[in-house]
Design a binder for this molecule. Sequence first.
Ligand code: SF4
Length: 285
Amino acid sequence: MELRKAEVLGFCGGVRRAVRMIERELEEGPLETLGAVVHNPRVVAELERRGAHVISSLEEARSGRVAITAHGVGEKVYREIEARGLELIDTTCPIVLRAQRAAASLAEEGFKVIIFGEADHPEVRGLLGWTKGSGVAVLDPTAPLELPRRAALLSQTTKGAELFAQFVGRFLEHHLGRLGELRIINTTCPETGRRYEAAKELSRWAELVLVVGGRNSANTRRLAETCARMGIETHLIEEAAEIDPRWLIGKERVGVTAGASTPDSAIAAVIQRLEELAGREVLAC
Ligand code: SF4
C-alpha cells in the first residue's frame, strides 16, 4: 500500500499563530477563550488541560484574561472586554482582521454589507458585528433581499475564491438591476483554496482518502465533500482510533488530508496507524 499526504494540509497560518499565542500566554497563567480556539476537540481539550478554559460569554470570565479566537469578534465585544476591565489576548487572524476592516469602512460609507457565509459561524457573526447593523449573511445569492442603492459583497474567509465567484455571478444576475453601486471585496482566504486544490490533486491519485479533523469544523467537512465529489471513497475521522481496517482492504493508494484546524500530532497519529495496519513503512511523501 502506498500512502500519500496532501501537499497542503492541517493548521493554516492563522490557527497556528492563534494556538502559539495562547500557549505563550498560558506560561503566564490561566485564561479564558471566548469560544473554542479552533474547531478541533483534541486541541481544545489539550489547551483546557493547560489552563485555557472555553467560555461562551464574557460574564463567565474568571481569570481576568480573555482571548479572542482567530475567527475574531464584533466591535461590541471589544467594548465589553474593556468595560469589564479584562486583559485582552487578541488572536484574530490578520486575514479576518482585513475582512473586518473592509466591513466596517463599507458600513461607514453607507453600503449594505452582504456577507456570503453562514450566519451562525463565529467569523461571520464577528464580521456582522462591524457593520453597524447594516450587514446580512446569506448563502443563497437568489434569496430575496432588501437592497438600498449601494451594496457590497464580502465572503466568509473560508468559503474559497471559486465559491465566492459563483455567488457573485448569481447575485449579479438576480439583483444588479436594483443597485446603483456594487462593491465586491474578495475576503476569501488563499489558505483555504490551496487546501481544496491539494485535496483534489490527492483524490485524482488515491483510491481512499482519509480527512482528519473535527466534525464541527466547516472547512474539514468541506474538504471531505470535495474528495467525495471526486468519486473517491472518503472518510472524515477525528482521530487515528476511528480508522476501520476494513476500509483498507484492496486499496493500493491511500491519501491523507486534514482541515485547517487539525494539529500536526493528529495527522502524524493517523499516518502511524495506517503504517501499522499496512505492516510496514509506506509513506511516499
Ligand atoms: S483559514 Fe485563513 S482566514 Fe481563517 S484563520 Fe486560517 S489563515 Fe486565517
